[in-house]
Design a protein around this ligand. Structure first.
Ligand SMILES: O=P(O)(O)OC[C@H]1O[C@](O)(CO)[C@@H](O)[C@@H]1O
Length: 329
């Protein structure tokens, strides 16, 4: 890698896995809110596909506490994420999980934050344009998840994912430059839309989810809803027409057929379709066995460029809020 790595991810993961090795885990809970929650979706997908014994569960932080899952206990590993490390319900979730005897491992950008203090193990990730993909949130989460699979069950894909993640920055840069014109056009063509839906399935669903709730609703105040491609034919497809915009993601995982089927139907009745297909990107350096898991990361990276352009043409910065962090909630 060309860039110097600020965060020593490999050492952090080594330390986390040493803690994991001390106990016998039967289940993994992914717990977070908003964008940090969306990040966890592909992590659960990986465990669902790869684990022979461990179960994976994913909850929004407050629900995690109030639902009080009957399987949460001494044999649980709870992975939390909060970018700021301050989201109160996520901090409370860490304390709650600990009180149940679970091991808590938190991902955050803020090492001294309340979440970091409340957790058994803390993994700091890098953020922003300058950060190398290997040190960012998705990469750290995947190294942790594949590391847990290796440590607990002897799964052999840890080396493959690590090597692939080391090559991810180049994949990102090529995909972003290849998509540059499309991203600019998206900003121009969709700047006046009042609603934009997003759709995906499998490992990619979390990307559609965060785009709907964080990028479009939170950061652009555009109505949106994330539709699971498998659910499309069970209600949402009634809404498609020539005027209604849909962002449709196609990944490389086992559920791609669902996304393709939804796209085919949408093409028959819709006109405003923004399609991002991971097959069109150059995945050189990514191991064949993990391409399906890496696709959402690349789609997410490219979609962020689409968001930058939309924010610019709408003259509505992605940082603009009216309620979040401003009023009580
Ligand atoms: O717990 P975190 O990751 O700091 O999240 C705080 C906020 O950031 C977002 O993920 C994106 O702004 C929101 O959805 C969330 O409320």
């Amino acid at each position: 890698m060309g860039t110097e790595l600020v965060v020593d991810v490999k050492n952090q993961i080594k330390h986390a896995l040493a803690e994991v090795k001390k106990k016998r885990f039967e289940n993994v809970f992914f717990v977070a809110c908003g964008g940090s929650s969306a990040l966890m979706y592909p992590g659960k997908y990986v465990i669902d596909r790869e684990a022979e014994k461990m179960d994976a569960h994913l909850y929004s932080s407050n629900e995690f506490i109030y639902r009080n899952h009957s399987k949460l206990g001494e044999n649980s590993l709870v992975i939390l994420c909060s970018h700021s490390g301050k989201t109160p319900e996520t901090v409370e979730s860490a304390k709650f999980a600990k009180s149940k005897g679970a091991l808590t491992v938190s991902l955050t950008n803020e090492i001294g934050s309340p979440l970091a203090q409340a957790s058994d193990v803390v993994l700091k990730y890098e953020w922003g344009q300058e950060a190398n993909a290997f040190t960012t949130n998705y990469s750290v989460l995947y190294q942790l998840v594949f590391g847990i699979l290796k440590t607990v069950e002897g799964n052999d894909k840890f080396g493959l994912i690590e090597e692939s993640l080391e090559n991810l920055q180049t994949v990102y840069e090529k995909a972003a430059s290849q998509s540059h014109e499309k991203a600019v056009k998206f900003g121009q063509d969709y700047k006046d839309e009042k609603i934009i839906y997003t759709m995906a399935s499998g490992a990619n669903y979390g990307v559609a989810y965060s785009y709907a709730i964080c990028i479009l609703m939170e950061m652009q105040w555009i109505h949106s809803h994330a539709i699971h491609a498998g659910e499309y034919f069970h209600g949402p497809f009634e809404i498609i027409d020539e005027e209604t915009p849909f962002i449709i993601l196609l990944g490389l995982d086992e559920t791609r057929h669902l996304e393709e089927r939804a796209l085919e139907f949408s093409k028959r009745y819709g006109k405003k379709l923004v399609v991002l297909d991971a097959k069109e990107f150059d995945f050189s350096g990514i191991k064949e066995e993990v391409k399906g898991y890496i696709a959402p990361l690349v789609l997410n990276y490219v979609l962020r460029k689409y968001a930058d352009n939309l924010a610019e043409t709408r003259n509505h910065p992605l940082s603009k809020r009216r309620y979040m962090w401003k009023v009580e909630y």
